[in-house]
Write a protein that binds this ligand. Structure first.
Ligand code: ATP
Ligand code: MG
Length: 434
């Protein structure tokens, strides 16, 4: 509100716009606030001491209030529409490149009608140039303009349709939904780093189950998680899908309770069907269990990197969660101690709990490791004559946040050659916590 009033007092137009207006209209809590204005970024900068300019192609201003950043963007015209004879907008502030436009231009270049509403402080009204207000009342996500063209311009809009519909409990308008299964393969052209960000939003914002079901329903899964989609399709019992959904329900519950969620654990879950499938294939070829696990983990990670840029600080702990699973079978006390002390133990154990939903064969392991954790570290150590392991009774950092800083002591993740490190970490003969 302060940004809007300051702009108005300086003689500019300023509106709250986008997701925040949409979320407020349905009674939700916006997670960020965007402002659209006819002031240029430089004018905004001059107006707010607590602001900075960002972006090269599209410059915009960030006005900073403590930890809150209000993004203030000048009205923009859609420069992608390629119309050669771009009109001049009377009243609009036309600046170099014709990038800036009128509020109407700014509205129609947005993706969904529900995302193109402008709230004005001078009369407390919502300005609507695309029918978005009605669509919000009707609870539907509807693309502005020709759906196919808009998806071709930016295929990530297909994921946004599913994500926002899932988050808001909206439907997707029939004409906007129809092209999605057909155009889903276009997502392979999207930037892998952007897809990674979008996947985090899909699955770590508290609506992971709805997101997943939407992706399935609109045929988007094979485009973003190809090997998982294939593995789920060939798993006739549906056990892997059930486990995945159970894991996503747990993720949603954690978000709802303000508990931390980790990308490493999420991707361990999302790619588990693919990992299992690769593992079975390798073992069928006669590769020994331990080697097969390593190769399956590497292969699945590598293939997934073709679509989604999963940073190593997440993919390494993800692989650890997988590789630790086979170590839950041990009952040898020394190995039990080591596994309990492993920095990724808690995440791996939580993962084992999930696997129980797919197969009751893990019930005994779960019972054993649950009991092992409730013994005090002294009790366990006394039996072995070793020092108490780190992190045993804390339950802290469960699901591990995947920071490189959590690597094993004395190990420089950047220095050691990849193969040796991985072998050391996963090899049961020389457990990582040693
Ligand atoms: P949320 O913040 O809840 O994820 P949002 O709609 O606010 O949803 P942002 O990514 O914050 O999403 O984008 C802000 C606004 O920018 C959107 O509401 C929309 O008007 C516009 N926008 C975002 N992405 C696109 C896109 N790919 N194409 C066109 N307009 C977009
Ligand atoms: Mg937003």
């Amino acid at each position: 509100m302060r940004v809007l009033y300051r702009l108005r007092d300086a003689g500019f137009a300023g509106y709250l716009v986008g997701g925040a207006v949409r979320d407020l209209l349905v009674g939700g809590h916006p997670k960020d606030f965007d402002v659209a204005t006819d002031a240029t970024p430089e004018q905004v900068k001059a107006l707010f001491r607590n602001s900075r300019l960002i972006g090269r192609r599209f410059r915009l201003a960030h006005v900073v209030f403590g930890r809150e950043i209000i993004e203030v963007a000048t009205f923009r015209a859609n420069v992608d529409d390629g119309s050669g004879d771009r009109e001049t907008h009377e009243g609009g502030r036309l600046v170099r490149d014709n990038v800036y436009g009128t509020i109407e231009d700014d509205a129609v270049r947005r993706d969904f009608t529900a995302n193109a509403l402008y709230y004005a402080v001078e009369d407390f009204s919502v300005r609507d140039y695309v029918g978005g207000f009605e669509d919000v009342q009707a609870r539907k996500m509807k693309l502005i303009g020709d759906p196919e063209q808009r998806y071709r311009e930016d295929p990530v809009r297909m994921l946004r349709a599913v994500r926002l519909a899932g988050k808001l409990g909206f439907g997707i308008d029939a004409a906007s939904a129809e092209p999605i299964p057909r155009l889903a393969p276009l997502l392979s052209e999207a930037a892998p780093a952007r897809l990674f960000e979008e996947l985090l939003k899909l699955f770590l914002s508290g609506n992971a189950v709805a997101s997943f079901e939407g992706l399935e329903r609109y045929g988007l899964l094979p485009s973003i998680l190809p090997e998982t989609a294939a593995a789920l399709a060939s798993n006739r019992s549906g056990a892997l899908r059930n486990m995945l959904l159970e894991g996503l329900r747990g993720t949603d519950a954690r978000v709802a309770n303000d508990e931390p969620v980790s990308p490493a654990f999420l991707f361990a879950l999302l790619l588990w069907p693919a990992y299992c499938r690769a593992l079975i294939g390798l073992q069928a070829q006669g590769v020994n269990a331990e080697e097969a696990q390593r190769r399956a983990a590497d292969r699945v990670t590598l293939h997934q990197l073709g679509t989604v840029a999963l940073p190593r600080r997440f993919s390494l702990p993800m692989q650890e969660i997988w590789l630790l699973q086979s170590r839950f079978a041990t009952r040898q006390r020394k190995r039990v101690m080591r596994l309990l002390a492993h920095p990724r133990f808690r995440a791996a154990y939580d993962f084992l709990l999930l696997r129980l939903t797919a197969s009751s064969e893990h019930a005994e392991d779960v019972a054993f490791w649950r009991a092992a954790q409730t013994q005090s570290s002294e009790e366990l150590s006394a039996a072995l004559g070793v020092a108490p392991p780190r992190g045993l009774d804390t339950g802290e950092g469960d699901a591990g946040d995947g920071e490189v800083g959590e690597e094993q002591p004395g190990e420089d993740p950047a220095a050691a050659p990849k193969r040796r490190r991985r072998r050391r970490r996963s090899g049961s003969a020389a457990p990582a916590a040693e």
